[in-house]
Design a protein around this ligand. Structure first.
Ligand code: ZN
Length: 126
């Protein structure tokens, strides 16, 4: 009787461990491929236009004048209506602190670190 109960618990435990292992593996591989906790911060005309996670591919239209793209954790300006288009020619950015600036349109693309602290992400207490 007692032995049976232990076995049942063991199965539950093993299932739980396997599940956790699967979850961790998925989490690990997903993390491996992306820049951890980094964000693309877009500033237009001196004001924060938006903040986007680097690990999600996206094409973002900025004020109808510039278009930037997040792809595989790399950010590049793919379109701009400015005269020199130096922002489009700029090298893609992926590391914290790097930036792409479109001077004529006053648009700044900047990689920032983990924004969770200021974003007020709900933390589960207990
Ligand atoms: Zn430009």
């Amino acid at each position: 009787m007692k032995h049976k109960i232990i076995q049942k618990n063991d199965i539950l435990l093993i299932s739980a461990i396997l599940l956790a292992a699967c979850f961790l593996a998925v989490f690990f591989f997903a993390k491996e491929d992306s820049t951890e906790g980094a964000f693309l911060e877009i500033t237009a005309d001196g004001e924060l236009y938006g903040r986007y996670p680097l690990n999600e591919d996206a094409v973002i239209d900025i004020n109808g004048t510039n278009v930037c793209e997040i792809s595989n954790g790399h950010v590049s300006m793919i379109e701009a209506d400015c005269a020199d288009k130096s922002c489009v020619r700029m090298k893609e950015i992926s590391f914290e602190g790097e930036s792409i600036i479109c001077l004529p349109n006053r648009i700044v693309l900047k990689i920032t670190g983990c924004a969770s602290a200021e974003e007020g992400v709900d933390t589960v207490a207990g």
